[in-house]
Design a protein around this ligand. Structure first.
Ligand SMILES: Cc1cc2nc3c(=O)[nH]c(=O)nc-3n(C[C@H](O)[C@H](O)[C@H](O)COP(=O)(O)O)c2cc1C
Ligand SMILES: [Fe+2]
Ligand SMILES: [Fe+2]
Length: 407
């Protein structure tokens, strides 16, 4: 665990977590940090979780001691969001100190009781404040359905710090510094990519609520954004707000100037056309990503399609339906409400076909509203005229993405 002083009387404790499936699903290639914050006035509050998944009271105790916080002096646990990556330590904290007040929204209060059986709760609503003394005043601002219905922002008025929890968060493990102005250019790119991975894997389903939360953040006078995952923004807190506004657009069909080829092939027939499509993209100077399913992780697949302005789906027919790993991938993108992408599909079949029908069903069922160019299907290996049709489709896709590019 690392400790940072992020403002006068405010500390961050952060832990890199690897070797987990985030939410029990996502194989996060570059880890994640769990950040928590300690605000010291005359009284002391902890905001969000302290030590990750399996908080050991002794570790917590020694970490608090190093920043000269007596655990017994902690009066308030502020729960911005009840998901156990932030709240899972409450019961362990109880082993150190028995007398504290949990501060949360009404929706979180219900979950606090059902998850942990806790009952000493102060329910707060929009604009309520908590004066910790010594100039530290917290205010609370619910941002419902920023991941869960219970979520809120906590804002410290003296230092103008926004504790945003999942909002403005990013995956990615942290080095020995935590502030945006300390990041190297490579680390800035790394956290942008990990922000996209986080948004697409965890937050994309809630894009309309995220837009409202962006609006609420803009009504606050912010010097520092201190999220529950990823770096702290003090040099330019508006950068992460702008990034999140851009990510929200990616969820609605915009993207970077790149095409993702999401493909699968049993015996190489569809793969021949994939190679051909790749040559066209190269020739036209279009950046592209190739994801062969099911070899890629779901996390990588969702993040890569999410950030791309155009998608090529290349998959054959399998048992009268779409090649299953691709059907699974499209379904997952639908569940994440990744809508409006410009797309083109081609693929091989043996006798009946059926892939196309299932693709349409998945797109419709999930209300994805993807903008498809006419698909190309071919029997067995692609012939010269099939490849010509693939070329036409790829060129049409390149045209279609032009007015969707948001870098
Ligand atoms: C397990 C399996 C199931 C298949 N089911 C169908 C089918 O229901 N209808 C069809 O037209 N072709 C079906 N095919 C044939 C393939 O779609 C065809 O061989 C195609 O060329 C495979 O392309 P690929 O090598 O890119 O996977 C099936 C092939 C396999 C191996
Ligand atoms: Fe969450
Ligand atoms: Fe979280």
């Amino acid at each position: 665990m690392k400790k940072f002083n992020i403002a006068d009387g405010i500390y961050m404790l952060t832990l890199n977590v690897d070797d987990i499936l985030f939410e029990g699903i996502w194989e996060i290639a570059n880890g994640v940090t769990i950040n928590s914050y300690i605000v010291q006035g005359e009284k002391t509050a902890i905001i969000d979780g302290v030590i990750g998944w399996d908080g050991i009271p002794e570790t917590l105790y020694s970490n608090l001691k190093e920043i000269e916080v007596d655990p017994k002096s902690i009066d308030y646990l502020i729960i911005n969001h009840m998901e156990p990556d932030h709240s899972g330590w409450i019961s362990n904290f109880r082993k150190i100190k028995d007398d504290f007040t949990i501060v949360c929204t009404d929706k979180a209060a219900k979950t606090v009781s059902s998850f942990y059986g806790e009952d000493k709760i102060l329910v707060v609503k929009e604009g309520d404040t908590l004066d910790l003394g010594n100039g530290k005043v917290l205010s609370f601002h619910p941002v419902p359905n920023v991941h869960w219905p219970d979520t809120m922002y906590t804002y410290e008025k003296g230092t103008k710090t926004l504790f945003s929890c999942d909002m403005f968060g990013a995956f990615g493990r942290m080095g020995n510094h935590c502030f945006d102005d300390e990041l190297t250019p490579e680390e800035i790119d790394f956290f942008e990519a990990e922000g996209i991975r986080y948004y697409s894997n965890v937050m994309a389903t809630f894009t309309p609520s995220i837009r409202k939360a962006i609006g609420k953040a803009k009504t606050l006078d912010i010097n520092i954004i201190a999220p529950g995952h990823g770096p702290v923004y003090r040099k330019n807190p508006h950068k992460i707000i702008d990034d999140y506004s851009r990510f929200a657009r990616y969820a609605d069909g915009a993207g970077k100037n790149e095409v993702t080829i999401l493909w699968g092939s049993m015996y190489g027939m569809t793969a021949k056309a994939v190679d051909y499509a790749e040559d066209i993209l190269k020739r036209e100077g279009i950046k592209y990503n190739k994801l062969q399913m099911p070899l890629e992780s779901e996390s990588e697949m969702v993040a890569t399609v999410f950030k791309s302005a155009g998608v090529i789906i290349a998959a054959p027919t399998y048992e009268y339906k779409l090649f299953p790993p691709i059907a699974t991938a499209i379904n997952e993108l639908g569940r994440k409400k990744i809508t409006g992408k410009a797309a083109f599909r081609f693929g091989s079949y043996g006798w009946s076909g059926g892939a196309e029908k299932e693709l349409k069903e998945i797109i419709d069922r999930n209300n994805m509203r993807w903008d498809f160019i006419e698909s190309v299907e071919f029997e067995g290996a692609p012939k010269e005229e099939d490849l010509k049709r693939v070329e036409v489709g790829v060129l049409e896709l390149i045209n279609k993405i032009r007015d969707r590019v948001v870098e």
